[in-house]
Design a protein around this ligand. Sequence first.
Ligand code: ZN
Length: 255
Amino acid sequence: MRLLLLSDIHANLEALEACLHAAPSHDQVVNLGDIVGYNASPNEVCERVKAMGSPVVRGNHDRVCSGLSGLSEFNFVAAMSARWTQTILEPEHREWLRSLPQGPLRRDDLPGAEFVHGSPRDEDEYVLNSSTAGQDFHLPGHADIIFFGHTHLQGGFAYKDGKTRAIAPLYRSSQGVAYSKFTLAPGERYLINPGSVGQPRDNDWRGAFALYESDGEGPGTVTFYRAPYDVELAQQRILDAELPERLATRLVLGR
Ligand code: ZN
């Protein structure tokens, strides 16, 4: 099984196309949410993601931009972009976003894995450090490998014998398409974040995603990827839409 993991595309069509172009062959795609919000191509990105036919866990921006949740939890810039998205979103895409399931999602063909936007206990929780991850690893009844998004930080956490450690990909190059392979160890449990396709915040502007491979024998491998994209075009679309300029400048900084 080769599973492509996408998360936090955030209406960035240029980044989505570049990531899909750079992605290795795979059997299935799972999407960890936040299809829309922040960037300027929500309808085009909904179209593309729907056409993939892959399972999608809803994200907080999907809820707010489709009117399922209010704006009160959002900062000023996020609220501005959510209001703009609400006005431009085609009704069929709004309905589709509203219908997306809350995590955790599971798959019959991968019983050892589950898929969430924030964390297994709270779809809006940011798993940013080992202390939060450690509390999630202590929850009963969850899979050994949990794929999550929401933080826009590629990597994750491993847990064994009561200790939690952070995992981060190491890339040989900050240019072009790059990948970093991580072998999962038997007896360890994992929280794995493929990173954000459309608004990375780990100081690398390239779009992020991951491939999970399992042959059913061991726990498998996770390969983290980065793919450069036409960031100037994504920025121009943001400025043309009269969205806050900060949303354009942050893309090149990867922040
Ligand atoms: Zn997000």
